[in-house]
Design a protein around this ligand. Structure first.
Ligand SMILES: NC(=O)c1ccc[n+]([C@@H]2O[C@H](COP(=O)([O-])OP(=O)(O)OC[C@H]3O[C@@H](n4cnc5c(N)ncnc54)[C@H](OP(=O)(O)O)[C@@H]3O)[C@@H](O)[C@H]2O)c1
Length: 339
């Protein structure tokens, strides 16, 4: 399963709203027969890639083989892009199937497992379940809540300012952090900024790393620029409704690269899953930082506004990057990480 997870990760940035999935097939002596991963959005599924890459000789060893997959095989339904992996698996003599997790997608969840068992296959679920769930945390949020996974990303000075006053364009992050941001963009279905940032910074909001850009299977994230005219009311309900609308359009993850105004909207309304703060070793003088209005939802103990279930600090060139993850808006993931 570790190898299957490793394979799944190879498609990071290419699967968009589809999950990352890896698959490994071994014979009765645990010898590797074949493997595969879901390579890009709309591309073949991991199980199909692994089954199709079996040589004729190795196909003969399938009878007592075990198939390891990081996610439950899919079923077919109207409008689905790829044929059902379940049917393909049922046509093989593979006797044992080991899964990291059930697919939380309502159309699949548990149904494929039941069919496999009804057809005499031995199914085991829960091997490296946490690792596989963590890998697909944005997919899990989107398919179970309809709301895209929200990643807030901003750079700040040593005083905690996101920009100087009066407003001006200023590069706070070091080159290494900028590369990291392009990876974050590649792993997002959309990038969101506000009108001010669009006018002052005029960011391209695209992925410029050749690794992605040169691949025919890569699609650039959508750009969302929000202005006052886009909302009558900016309360939590209106913002949630708007996010649900984006979710229905197939946007499963959003990278918020806005200035303090929009970062605060998402923070104060507790509408975020992940926060990435790039702290630069610079003082920039008078400016504006994040101000939390009344973070009641965050309060765990008096005077402690910790919002995160997991956090890390990492060095990136000259910068330090804080990554905080909140599981509050992702109850299915929260449950999977508990087991
Ligand atoms: N350090 C960083 O990581 C970082 C990142 C991005 C930007 N920045 C800097 O941040 C500064 C801009 O900051 P900011 O906070 O003003 O920018 P922002 O968050 O990008 O956007 C604020 C914009 O949101 C829109 N807005 C305001 N009220 C709204 C409402 N009630 N409903 C809907 N939309 C509303 C307005 O757009 P309209 O004016 O079009 O109506 C406003 O200009 C710039 O100097 C930029 O360089 C820094």
């Amino acid at each position: 399963m570790q190898k299957a997870i490793h394979l799944a990760y190879q498609a990071r940035g290419f699967t968009k709203s589809n999950p990352l999935v890896g698959c490994v097939i071994v014979d009765q002596d645990n010898k590797l027969l074949s493997w595969g991963h879901h390579p890009y959005f709309g591309g073949p599924h991991a199980e199909v890639v692994a089954l199709n890459s079996l040589t004729e000789k190795k196909e003969k060893s399938l009878k007592n083989a075990t198939l390891y997959c990081t996610l439950e095989p899919c079923l077919s339904w109207e409008g689905k892009k790829t044929p059902s992996c379940l049917e393909k698996l049922l046509q093989t003599p593979i006797s044992r199937i080991v899964l990291a997790n059930r697919d939380p997608h309502a159309q699949v969840s548990g149904k494929a497992t039941t069919r496999l068992e009804a057809n005499g296959k031995k199914v085991e679920i829960g091997v490296l379940s946490k690792e596989a769930a963590w890998m697909n945390r944005s997919y899990i949020k989107w398919v179970t809540t309809g709301i895209p996974y929200i990643r807030l990303k901003f750079a700040q000075s040593l005083e905690g300012n996101l920009h100087p006053l009066p407003y001006q364009r200023m590069q706070l992050s070091c080159p290494q952090s900028q590369i990291l941001v392009h990876h974050l963009r590649a792993n997002s279905d959309a990038i969101l900024i506000g009108g001010n940032t669009a006018r002052i910074d005029q960011p391209k909001l695209n992925v410029r790393l050749n690794f992605y850009r040169k691949s025919p299977y890569f699609t650039q994230p959508k750009k969302i620029i929000l202005s006052k005219s886009d909302f009558l009311n900016l309360d939590r309900t209106s913002l949630t409704q708007w996010l649900l609308g984006l979710g229905q359009q197939g946007i499963s993850s959003i990278l918020v690269e806005a200035g303090p105004f929009w970062q605060q909207q998402f923070l104060n309304k507790n509408l975020f899953d992940e926060v990435l703060i790039f702290v630069s070793p610079k003082f920039i003088g008078p400016g504006k930082g994040i101000i939390l209005e009344n973070p009641l939802d965050f309060v765990q103990e008096e005077g402690n506004f910790s919002a995160f279930d997991h956090h890390t600090w990492k060095k990136s060139g000259q910068d330090i990057v804080f990554q905080g993850i909140s599981l509050k808006g992702n109850p299915c993931l929260q449950e999977l990480l508990k087991t």
